[in-house]
Write a protein that binds this ligand. Structure first.
Ligand code: GLC
Length: 742
């Protein structure tokens, strides 16, 4: 059969699909174009589209394949990841669209998690801003840079809820709460994908890791996940759903099993929930070799069986495992899977390639001039600085130690992270370069100028017991007016495969802080970490503690702005900080139990050696000013399932500085057909108040906001009484009781 070049055949109807895919362009036209390609493909070429291989340009796991370029020519590759820059990817695309038989363009993916070249705060830090616009802008900048560098697809947002600070990947998510996690997931999908791919400045989002990867037993990476379906659907599932509803075009399966079935072979997840309940039409891609790993999970006898289970469950694309590559044809010949099942997967892949416009112009993401203009632009760096400032959480500030006076004559900057650069871009920092990062020391020097003497001593390393640096650090501290000590974790002590059984400060860092505090000088602790840490002594004995995560390229400038009061910190924790690892899991939306804690009462739920309360609760964060909340008012004491209730509170800035406050609304369902959490976040608003001013903040609640999976597993609200709390963190005690009626 004479066949036309694919581009010729398809040029007849070039169009760009608005993001949101077929919704805005007739899906029949799209289906026709897909059909016109499918009809030309043989079985090997169809299977070829289902293979995602890493290039050797960057590596994020064990590499299995060397000769991927030959595979491209043979039409055996649908997508490449870990390859980037416009020039490099243009060449790989040229091979695909000029040297293969059908010239089907490749997709290029990469882990652009919190920036491509301009690195933003780690996602756990960004989430602490509670600023959805800023988070969306961060993802938008990442998309602009990634798309300029030849990338179509980012493997983000990671939306895994986690109550496990031992787990290293909490740095990559938005924390412990399903409501906040869902709002952040939506913002990041909007930022990555935007409204259209027409300008080649947006990338496909990839919701990961589906699902419940954030709940590994004991916080140990890749460990077993097991929970009730109710817990799964009420706590862990919502952010994935939110991201799919926001239009994400791809979903990545997780390494873990859920209820005994690994996600990459789990049809309850991939078919029942994702395709049937949510109507997802995009690509399901596995995580790195996770099909192969089903043999080790012990759910299949060999890799060929793993491939059959994965395809039957609904996996379209095999990341790096080469299982589809090696066995799918044989499985078809043996009748274990059908060509129809393969066709469905290939259609899902081709649909996304059409939506990206790659069949109209396979080279549209490889503009080297645009790459030069967009990467690391001044505007992008300013966006990163803004996001970094907003991500900082003021945990403690006794006697108004902060902000530091600009009249200080001398400042000692101490600690293993004081002059670090590479640590501050954190894990999953894409093509970011630590050398571009502004260290804390540099940020302070830039701000202080010559008026203030800024002197540095390392004091100690991250790990080990070497205290030989203490003397010089203490000597410098005694000669200075104030001390800033930067401590925490190495940038790579969190992230994938970085679980810690002990979440205290590594090494002798805490001893160094104690010695500095003993000098009697004002000491400000600047924490840099990828997870909640157990820091009881520091939290209760140092004058001021600033949580700065890993803030990315502009870290030093952002921290200096906050330390000297040029930005009033506004961040709020999105993960509970335990007092010690023994309290884990500890989270704000816990159940009451039948014997809730009562002081001085033996037979109630408590420990003998530590309070039940956390060191710092979810939603916690101070400001350089103070806020006061009026009593809550409801426009009616009761509302029906078809109605709503409006709640009002007046927030006053009672301090001397302008400041931002995250006004948070929590609900407690007093009686349910199953036990209910003592609080659940159901709304928040970040407001900016001038000193002395006040603002009325309103929230509207409907029955839908109160819905949960009931005793029968129906998702609905139940009538009854609810306590509503509004305040500046999850322990807010202002409340009002409302009633939901039929
Ligand atoms: C890794 C991660 C996943 C990432 C992928 C590709 O193992 O689990 O988040 O997107 O491999 O690098």
């Amino acid at each position: 059969m004479k066949y036309w070049k694919i581009s010729t055949l398809l040029l007849l109807t070039p169009f760009f699909l608005q993001c949101g895919g077929e919704a805005k362009v007739s899906s029949d036209k799209l289906d026709q174009r897909i059909d016109s390609v499918m009809m030309l493909m043989n079985l090997e070429e169809k299977i070829g589209q289902m293979n995602l291989f890493t290039s050797d340009w960057d590596v994020t796991g064990p590499t299995l394949r060397e000769n991927y370029k030959e595979d491209i020519v043979a039409g055996k590759v649908g997508a490449i990841f870990n390859a980037h820059t416009a020039a490099y990817n243009r060449e790989l695309q040229r091979i695909a669209v000029e040297e293969s038989r059908l010239k089907i363009p490749l997709l290029f993916g990469y882990d652009v998690i919190h920036g491509y070249k301009t690195i933003f705060p780690i996602p756990l830090g960004e989430a602490a801003s509670w600023d959805l616009e800023a988070i969306e802008r961060s993802a938008s900048v990442a998309a602009a840079e990634a798309s300029a560098a030849g990338l179509h697809w980012t493997f983000a947002p990671m939306v895994d809820i986690s109550r496990e600070p031992r787990w290293g990947r909490v740095m990559e998510g938005a924390g412990e709460d399903p409501y906040l996690g869902s709002m952040v997931a939506r913002a990041r999908v909007r930022g990555f994908q935007g409204e259209t791919f027409e300008n080649a400045d947006k990338v496909l989002a990839c919701v990961k890791h589906f699902a419940a990867y954030g709940a590994p037993e004991a916080g140990r990476e890749y460990n077993t996940v097991d929970m009730s379906d109710r817990m799964f659907r009420d706590v862990y599932l919502p952010p994935y759903k939110a991201a799919v509803e926001e239009g994400a075009y791809t979903v990545m399966t997780s390494f873990n099993e859920l209820d005994g079935v690994p996600a990459s072979g789990n049809s309850y997840l991939l078919h029942d929930i994702l395709r049937e309940e949510w109507g997802f039409k995009g690509i399901v891609v596995t995580d790195y070799t996770s099909i192969n790993e089903m043999v080790l999970h012990g759910i299949v006898a060999d890799e060929k069986e793993a491939g059959e289970l994965a395809l039957q469950a609904g996996v379209d694309m095999d990341m790096q495992g080469a299982v589809y590559y090696k066995y799918l044809k044989q499985s078809v010949e043996e009748g274990k899977i059908s060509v129809t099942q393969i066709d469905q997967a290939v259609r899902n892949i081709l649909r996304v390639k059409f939506i990206l416009g790659l069949f109209d112009d396979p080279y549209r993401y490889f503009d080297t001039e645009r790459e030069k203009q967009v990467l690391f632009s001044q505007a992008n760096q300013e966006a990163a600085l803004d996001m970094a400032r907003k991500s900082i959480v003021l945990l403690r500030n006794e006697n108004q130690t902060l902000p530091l006076s600009k009249e200080l004559r001398s400042l000692a900057v101490i600690g293993p992270l004081a002059d670090s650069q590479n640590d501050l871009i954190g894990a999953w920092s894409g093509a970011g370069n630590g050398n571009d990062c502004v260290s804390l020391l540099k940020g302070l020097q830039d701000k202080a100028g010559t008026a203030m003497q800024i002197r540095h001593a390392r004091g100690c390393d991250f790990e080990g017991t070497d205290r030989s640096g203490f003397a010089a650090a203490l000597s410098l501290a005694r000669q200075s007016d104030a001390i800033v000590v930067a401590i925490g974790e190495k940038g790579r002590m969190s992230g994938e495969a970085m679980s810690r059984s002990d979440i205290t400060l590594p090494g002798v860092q805490e001893e160094l802080v104690k010695a500095l505090v003993a000098t009697g000088k004002p000491v400000v602790v600047v924490l840099m970490n990828g997870r909640p840490l157990a820091i009881p002594w520091i939290a209760e004995n140092t004058p001021a503690v600033l949580e700065t995560w890993f803030l990315g390229t502009k870290a030093g400038n952002a921290i200096a702005d906050v330390l000297f009061g040029d930005y009033n910190p506004s961040g709020k924790l999105t993960m509970t900080f335990p007092r010690n690892v023994g309290q884990i899991p500890i989270y704000y939306n816990h159940k009451n139990t039948g014997r809730p804690f009562e002081p001085n009462t033996t037979w109630t739920s408590h420990y003998m050696d530590v309070p039940n309360s956390p060191q710092f609760p979810f939603g916690w964060g101070l400001s350089y000013t103070t806020f006061d909340y009026s009593a809550i008012q409801a426009d009616q004491p009761a509302f029906g399932k078809s109605g709503s209730v409006t709640l009002r509170v007046t927030v006053s800035n009672t301090g001397l500085r302008d400041g931002e406050e995250v006004v948070q609304l929590y609900v407690r369902d007093l009686v349910g057909s199953v036990t209910r959490p003592v609080r659940e976040l159901k709304g928040f608003k970040k407001i900016n108040l001038k000193a002395g001013s006040q603002e009325e903040v309103t929230f509207t609640l409907t029955a839908a906001d109160l819905a949960f999976h009931t005793r029968s597993m129906a998702f609905e609200a139940e009538t009854g009484y609810f306590d509503v709390f509004i305040g500046g963190n999850s322990e807010a005690d202002q409340s009002i009781r409302i009633q939901l009626t039929e």
